[in-house]
Design a binder for this molecule. Structure first.
Ligand SMILES: Cc1cc2nc3c(=O)[nH]c(=O)nc-3n(C[C@H](O)[C@H](O)[C@H](O)COP(=O)(O)OP(=O)(O)OC[C@H]3O[C@@H](n4cnc5c(N)ncnc54)[C@H](O)[C@@H]3O)c2cc1C
Length: 474
């Protein structure tokens, strides 16, 4: 006998588990199905984000940054450490512990909110707007029915043609977060967020890192001024980044050799002890049996949805990485909440114009809204103001004065159209800009708000003042 729910969510990544919790908070009976498991077969909800994405990468970024600080930055503070050693096994163990805490936290939240969790793979068996049948195949087989289904199955790493992931020498993000010894020569294909973050981790721990990127421009999605500053700082740190390359062959023996043409078209070859491939991700739809209900995919294989995450099938919704839009955990969460509310007859709010982007390198890079180049291309007249962390007292006290804040406003109305930060704690600083833009603030609004002193946030105020050419400390 099938168990009946108001809502069945397939996938317990940030899109799915948040949707399940919100739907349960709204009084609906909810089941959530997820197949991720720990090495010993236990449920590990949280998806890519918790298990092999946001959380473990940030744990390793923090540990490796601490290590680099002790090695190179603490001396200036008068802290001398003799015989610094790296215990990589402990570093990886700590990362795994942080992941487990998050897995357990989600299981606790399911219990607290009375979400019924099924560990296994979910697939459509049939149904229509009056109710769908979902099969769960895991340790045991279950049959569920639900009036609404939310597909939140996420994404998987894209492999480089001719270089399958082997978990040893050619690594995806999961392998990149678990290399058992620091590789002497590490190759990274792709200078996007994941490539830069993973490259930074292993460079700090001692690898010689070379990043090969097919696109001719570095960080093409970021503001050009920020991308330029980032390229300069990363080069100084020793992260070798080659742009405009065309890979012709990857040969895996005891090491990995990548043959490629450089930006001038000259044949090059590089040999690495490990190769991380971070060239994008593909949506997870295989095994869903989408055909059983006629669920439509778009031309790139994503579940096709409208602005409100409705699919072509009534009462079947889809959120997160498996649908269009940025592959970001917070975007998936916002969509999950909005869909749960729509199912419950409420309003759902997601503002794609104010989704913040963050790269957790050092310096961190974060932005919201449009870049100067996009606005100019759109013919918008703008005024921009920048303020360097070099002139910020808190940054000097921290010993981290790289980068700047840049505020871009409409030249006529002063409304903020984009904010770009490269520097310490950019990931935290960007929130003020997100709030400001969400409330339709002007640069003047931020400029006249009292910011704590000394704090990094004063750089945001000063950049807003600089829009009107009246920065006080620069
Ligand atoms: C290395 C790395 C670092 C990242 N860092 C950040 C970051 O700092 N900030 C950020 O915002 N984003 C980051 N991301 C992106 C972020 O992880 C994703 O955008 C986010 O996880 C998407 O959430 P989701 O719920 O859509 O899917 P996922 O997190 O992929 O979860 C989908 C879940 O569904 C399960 N599933 C799939 N099919 C089925 C099925 N048929 N039945 C049952 N279960 C199924 C999957 O196993 C998985 O558990 C990072 C990604 C990577 C790879």
């Amino acid at each position: 006998m099938a168990r009946n729910f108001d809502v069945v969510v397939i996938g317990a990544g940030p899109g799915g588990y948040i949707a399940a919790i919100r739907a349960a908070q709204l009084g609906l009976s909810v089941a959530c199905i997820d197949d991720w498991k720990t090495a010993d077969g236990k449920p590990a909800p949280g998806g890519t984000c918790t298990n092999v994405g946001c959380i473990p990468s940030k744990a390793l970024l923090q540990s490796s940054e601490n290590y680099e600080h002790v090695a190179h930055a603490y001396g200036e503070h008068g802290i001398r450490v003799k015989e610094l050693t790296l215990d990589l096994a402990q570093m990886l163990k700590r990362k795994d512990k942080v992941v487990r805490q998050n897995n357990d936290g989600i299981l606790y939240l399911f219990k607290k909110n009375k979400v019924t969790f099924f560990h296994g793979r979910g697939s459509f068996s049939g149904g229509d707007a009056n109710g769908y049948q979902i099969a769960v195949s895991g340790k045991s087989e279950e049959a569920l029915t639900a009036r609404h289904v939310i597909v939140a199955t996420g994404s998987s790493p894209r492999a480089l043609p001719g270089a399958d992931f082997d978990g040893k020498l050619v690594l995806d993000n999961e392998g990149a977060l678990a290399i058992p010894e620091v590789p002497k020569r590490l190759g990274v294909i792709g200078a996007g967020v994941i490539g830069l973050e993973m490259g930074s981790v292993w460079r700090r721990l001692g690898s010689e890192v070379r990043i090969l990127e097919a696109l001719p421009a570095f960080l093409g999605a970021a503001d050009e001024q920020v991308a330029k500053e980032a390229a300069k700082v990363f080069a100084k740190q020793g992260l070798a980044i080659e742009l405009g390359v065309k890979i012709s062959k990857v040969t895996v023996k005891k090491s990995v050799t990548v043959d490629y043409a450089d930006s001038a078209g000259k044949a090059q070859s590089a040999t690495f002890d490990r190769l991380i491939v971070a060239i994008g991700r593909v949506p997870n739809t295989v095994g869903l049996n989408a055909e059983a209900v006629g669920l439509g995919l778009d031309e790139r294989g994503f579940v096709a949805v409208d602005q409100d995450c409705r699919t072509n099938v009534p009462n079947v919704w889809a959120v997160g990485d498996v649908v269009r839009g940025p592959m970001l955990a917070h975007k998936a969460e916002e969509e999950g909440v909005a869909v749960a509310q729509r199912i419950a007859g409420q309003h759902g709010h997601v503002d794609f114009n104010t989704v913040p982007w963050v790269i957790y390198t050092s310096p961190e890079i974060a932005w919201v809204g449009k870049t100067e180049q996009q606005l100019k291309a759109d013919g918008v007249e703008i005024r921009a103001g920048s303020f360097p962390f070099m002139a910020n007292g808190r940054a000097r006290a921290l010993g981290d004065t790289t980068g700047f804040v840049k505020v871009i406003a409409d030249a006529h109305t002063d409304r903020i159209l984009g904010v770009h930060v490269i520097g310490p704690m950019a990931s935290e600083l960007i929130s003020e800009a997100v709030v400001a833009m969400e409330f339709g603030a002007s640069a003047e609004d931020i400029a006249i708000i009292c910011h704590a002193h000394p704090s990094l946030s004063e750089a945001m105020k000063e950049a807003a003042l600089a829009v009107d050419n009246r920065a006080l400390n620069f």
